[in-house]
Design a protein around this ligand. Structure first.
Ligand SMILES: Cc1ncc(COP(=O)(O)O)c(C=O)c1O
Length: 367
């Protein structure tokens, strides 16, 4: 059985005519930097999320960095986030000279535990970055309440959850700024790197717009320090086509997740917890197992793709050696990193494939 973690070619084939037309439209225009395709895509994402501003940039990582730059986050500042995330979330904090301060996660959702945040706040804290991991919303109301009480900015790391919801509101628009990744395997994936910052704050939007083009509003007049982080024009044209399918694809992912849940019913496997406050978009379908490493080995032998997001929590990563905390500091994240396992999840997944995957997992769980 030909199984893939994400079937990008299969998905492309279903929209080939439109994608090819979009690519050729850009090639024929000879316009490869910014321009109408980028502007139109920004307007379309803003409308999809119900927000005032969407500013394209080169990647989800850049979106985080640029969002923090717009807030003026830098040396001596602290930013609270989760250690159970992709490195970019904390890497960008550290690259700006600020310190990532970790708060452990909720064991069911794998997202930052709001009840632990206040203890981590100091005079240096400037912002909180909740990460909507695997496509599921953080519990945002208590986080927003804390941010208001302590005057902290919220930057949502919405790299994995575009289209996801919290209490009926689309993710990315709940805090001051939202950051999106269009990495190819994401629910809305480009055919290369791409990202976006979204916000309702017009001043911050203006700043982000300047920062992504070397801190300028007018060519060769640089008012602030910036970077080169433009959203690629070809990627915008591709993403404009794919955005039209996003809701349909989310529906397919949610159906695939329900099928997995049904197939795992009654087995000794912890299936994803779906918090009642939100709409999970299943960027990943992540199960939890006591003998995760044994199951991984068996899946590899059977050529079933799988992945561990993430095997080492950020507080134990060598790159953060200076601010590294001892093992045991964030026990819930550490345990999750030993037990989580993500299974193939994409819009082309069939019930037959899922049954084969589930049966193979169960074979080893029983051993
Ligand atoms: C939680 C999280 N944050 C940030 C990023 C960075 O996005 P990108 O790969 O587009 O730079 C990712 C992407 O993998 C992510 O999963």
């Amino acid at each position: 059985m030909n199984l893939q973690m994400v079937d990008l070619v299969g998905q492309y084939k279903t929209i080939k005519t439109e994608i090819d037309e979009a690519i050729h439209r850009v090639l024929d225009s000879g316009h490869f930097i910014l321009g109408k395709e980028v502007k139109d895509f920004e307007v379309e994402v803003a409308a999809y999320l119900g927000l005032k501003h969407a500013i394209g940039c080169a990647s989800g990582t850049d979106a985080l960095q640029v969002a923090m730059m717009a807030l003026g986050i830098g040396p001596d500042d602290e930013v609270i986030t989760t250690p159970f995330t992709f490195v970019a979330t904390a890497e960008t904090i550290a690259l700006l000279g600020a310190k990532p301060v970790y708060v452990d996660i909720d064991p069911k959702t794998y997202n930052i535990d709001p009840t632990r945040i206040e203890k981590a706040i100091t005079k240096k804290t400037k912002a909180i970055i909740p990460v909507h991991l695997y496509g599921q919303a953080c519990d945002m109301d208590p986080i927003l309440e804390i941010s208001q009480k302590h005057d902290l900015a919220i930057i949502e790391d919405n790299a994995q959850a575009i289209g996801g919801e919290y209490k009926g509101r689309k993710l990315g628009g709940l805090g001051k700024l939202g950051c999106i990744s269009f990495f190819p395997s994401k629910n809305l994936g480009a055919y290369g790197d791409a990202g976006m910052v979204v916000t309702n704050d017009s001043n911050l939007a203006e700043k982000v717009r300047m920062i992504i083009v070397h801190g300028s509003r007018v060519k060769y007049k640089h008012e602030i320090l910036g970077v080169n982080s433009r959203l690629d024009t070809l990627q915008s044209a591709i993403l404009r086509v794919k955005l039209r399918y996003l809701d349909q694809w989310i529906k397919a992912r949610r159906e695939a997740a329900s099928r997995y849940n049904r197939l795992f019913l009654g087995k000794d496997v912890t299936t994803p917890f779906e918090a009642s406050y939100g709409k999970h978009v299943f960027h990943q379908y992540t199960i939890r197992l006591k003998n995760r490493d044994g199951v991984e080995k068996h899946l590899s032998e059977k050529k079933i793709p799988h992945a561990v997001y993430y095997p080492i929590p950020l507080h134990l990563q060598q790159a953060f050696f200076d601010s590294r905390t001892k093992e045991g500091s964030f026990a819930v994240s550490e345990q999750a990193s030993r037990e989580v396992l993500s299974l193939p999840m994409h819009t082309e997944l069939t019930e037959e494939q899922q049954a084969y995957i589930v049966n193979t997992v169960i074979e080893t769980v029983r051993q």
